[in-house]
Design a protein. Structure first.
Length: 158
């Protein structure tokens, strides 16, 4: 599995998962944006760091990323765009992974920044499936609530 991008809370969660589920996590982050040292130390041999996204993705089964500037970091957006420009998941990165590798994103995504539209909207992406599932759950909840309360749904795709 490969994490590409900011060594943020999501990266920390994948590091923890690697320890619990006994898998190796390849990480590619720009200098100055690595995970916190205590998480790296705790993960030990479960994590490996790479200088480029392509190196990290080589033979991966899953490539994962998150936005470059999370909530509360909006003022750093331009600085982060420069720092992370070589850490985008694109077709080249996915081609370095296994042929049947999957892509995931901690939505919402910024197409053209941390991931290209080609990847996030492509057949290897689980992100669109997550969004569709969430929309379907919302629709079914809405329909259930309307039926329970005798309210006519105005949804055109009931």
């Amino acid at each position: 599995m490969t994490w590409i991008g900011d060594g943020n809370n999501m990266c920390h969660s994948y590091m923890h998962a690697a320890m619990l589920l006994d898998f190796n996590l390849n990480i590619a982050c720009p200098t100055g944006y690595h995970p916190l040292p205590e998480y790296v130390k705790a993960a030990g041999e479960r994590v490996r760091f790479f200088n480029t996204a392509l190196e990290a993705a080589k033979n991966a089964d899953l490539c994962v990323t998150d936005v470059w500037a999370s909530m509360g970091q909006e003022e750093e957006q331009k600085q982060r765009e420069i720092a992370f420009k070589d850490y985008q998941i694109n077709a080249g990165v996915m081609n370095a992974a296994h042929n049947d590798a999957l892509f995931m994103h901690c939505l919402p995504a910024h197409r053209g920044e941390e991931v290209t539209a080609e990847v996030i909207d492509g057949p290897q992406s689980l992100s669109s499936l997550r969004l569709k599932t969430a929309c379907m759950r919302k629709k079914h909840y809405w329909n259930f609530s309307c039926a329970k309360n005798n309210v006519k749904s105005t949804s055109s795709d009931d």
